[in-house]
Design a protein around this ligand. Structure first.
Ligand code: FMN
Length: 549
């Protein structure tokens, strides 16, 4: 393969970054190698000098079933009020629990994050709600509060709603790369992108409970997002800048066609807004990982033209009825830190979990990220009624021929069930192999199954370097569904960002970068750490001083 030179095109820079940040059996991607506690970034951004608008907490959770999360028909459409926006945010990006040991406490959120470092921030452009005028707000999840940054004149907001054709609002996700780079060094950019995907799915699923739909505005450029959020006029501390990721429109689900762009006349109106608030300082000092700046710039989103993605409207093939409330599943989602190496699930459960990840016009897959590119290489350890072994799950049939032709010749490709895209490749115990490729983490072998997300890579990135981010977002979106599925089936899962990239490719005998493994996942019977105490999520607001971080 030709070495990629960083001074080349955006596509080549993105590929160079990807290759340089692989973990190998004998060395890891460049990282500090230890944690410098004195410079640990604050996981909560606030805009100092703004007056918090404290949001109400959900008093009674929606009684909608978990099944209904994936079926838009079941949810009455709630009006866009401050109370409902608060519920939307609480069940997507809000806090989920405090954990403590005698040595300290830390807080978890509804959305997971690599290392619990939470690089993802959210900004909202809201219509006039109760006593608040329309404006640009930052969501501060620690206080469950909105920080008003700029007021939007009434006629401008009317123009916005007129353009989108419904009452609704915009939400923008941004990343602070330093938060992940502090611990993970150069590979951190990848983790920020996974986290964006998890957050997008969390928003989409939380919106579904309110009868709302989140749509990614895939034509909009990062430059436009910077302008509407006032970032182009912001003074950031070095390396603490928020970088635009995704801008979405949130509106009643049953509404007709939604534009995917934001016209220049509308963006221009934000240039004259007066923004207030200064981003808080996150760390006293930083380590500069230059390659992250390079990949961030190279994969930045330009304005692009609207594309149409083929619609997948197949019914669920393997659905099992699960008697549990959606909100309960969302609130209880956690990452397992250890598995018991004994719990098994049934074949029906396994197939139903996989089926749920197939792209369909249901949340979160109707965000409109584009054509699906993520497939699973599965290490099946404990599924009753299914032989242990290596399996492949095809999430987009368009890729099947290419995957078969690029992978090892001796694979069985034995279809497990008619009309279900799951194939056995090898029979046998894969526990050691699974842990090994996931950076020797036992969670990948002691589970019911683990998987590598084999993703179409070079042809997608060649179409536009910004697609590099989208690929990781897709893995995060699929990962969020896997997290919730595990909870709904009474087990637990964990996203795995640490894996030896080329060892996974070696199993498949992938000799080029047409496909790459971008994310791993594992699911099984969790072993709880009994040394940890759990506290309700907003204990620090109700009993100040109780939780010390
Ligand atoms: C992108 C991503 C990568 C992760 N990688 C690993 C990993 O390699 N090993 C691990 O034990 N946990 C991993 N996790 C789990 C996080 O550590 C976990 O989400 C975080 O501590 C917050 O806990 P929670 O998921 O229970 O809210 C990962 C999570 C995400 C979202």
């Amino acid at each position: 393969m030709q070495p990629y030179k960083p001074e080349c095109s955006r596509v080549q820079k993105v590929i160079a970054y990807h290759l340089a940040t692989k973990h190998h059996l004998d060395h890891y991607a460049r990282a500090p190698g230890y944690m410098e506690w004195a410079t640990q970034p604050n996981p909560f951004r606030s805009y100092e000098g703004t007056n918090h608008i404290r949001l109400p907490f959900v008093e009674y959770d929606s009684t909608a079933s978990y099944e209904a999360l994936y079926d838009r028909k079941g949810h009455p459409v709630k009006p866009v009020t401050l109370e409902n926006v608060a519920a939307f945010l609480e069940l997507s990006l809000g806090l989920s629990a405090w954990k403590s040991t005698p040595g300290g406490s830390w807080v978890l959120r509804m959305n997971p994050s690599s290392g619990n470092l939470h690089p993802t921030e959210a900004h909202l452009l809201l219509p006039p709600l109760e006593r608040e005028s329309a404006g640009v707000f930052h969501y501060n999840s620690y206080f469950h509060a909105l920080e008003p940054r700029a007021a939007i004149a009434h006629p401008v907001w009317k123009q916005m709603e007129g353009y989108f054709g419904s009452r609704g609002f915009l939400i923008a996700l941004t990343s602070i790369f330093w938060r992940e780079a502090w611990k993970y060094g150069e590979r951190a950019f990848r983790y920020c992108q996974h986290d964006t995907g998890h957050a997008l799915a969390a928003l989409s699923l939380s919106a579904a409970l309110l009868g709302w739909k989140v749509t990614y505005l895939h034509t909009v450029s990062d430059a436009a997002v910077r302008r509407i959020l006032g970032f182009d006029r912001m003074k950031w501390a070095p390396l603490e800048e928020e970088q635009p990721e995704a801008l979405c429109w949130v509106s009643p689900a049953q509404h007709g066609e939604i534009p995917r762009d934001l016209p220049e006349e509308l963006v221009r109106t934000f240039d004259s807004l007066e923004f207030q608030g200064h981003p808080n300082r996150l760390s006293p000092e930083h380590v500069h990982w230059k390659i992250i700046d390079e990949v961030a710039e190279a994969s930045g989103k330009p304005t692009t033209i609207r594309r149409k993605t083929p619609v997948h409207e197949e019914p669920f093939l393997k659905s099992m009825s699960i008697e549990i409330q959606a909100a309960k599943v969302i609130r209880q989602r956690r990452s397992a830190v250890s598995f018991d190496g004994a719990t098994s699930i049934s074949k029906d459960q396994f197939l139903s979990i996989l089926d749920r990840t197939l792209p369909r016009i249901v949340p979160p897959f109707d965000l409109d990220l584009g054509e699906p590119h993520v497939h699973f290489l599965l290490f099946v350890h404990r599924v009753t009624g299914l032989e242990s072994g290596l399996y492949f799950f095809i999430r987009n049939p368009e890729d099947e021929g290419q995957i078969r032709s690029l992978t090892r010749e001796g694979f069985l490709w034995k279809q497990v069930e008619n009309e279900f895209p799951l194939y056995q490749l090898i029979e046998g115990n894969m526990e050691e192999e699974a842990s090994l490729v996931s950076c020797r983490q036992s969670i990948a072998g002691d589970s019911c199954f683990s998987l590598g997300m084999i993703t179409k890579f070079l042809p997608v990135v060649e179409e536009g370097a910004y697609s590099y981010r989208h690929l990781f977002w897709e893995t995060g979106i699929v990962g969020q569904v896997l997290y919730l599925e595990a909870e709904a089936h009474g087990i637990r899962s964990t996203g795995i960002g640490c894996f030896f990239d080329n060892e996974v490719h070696r199993i498949l005998r992938l000799n080029d970068i047409t496909f790459q493994s971008l994310y791993h996942f594992t699911m099984g019977g969790a072993v709880e750490d009994t040394r940890l105490q759990t506290w309700p999520p907003y204990t620090h607001l109700k009993s100040p001083g109780l939780m010390n971080t």
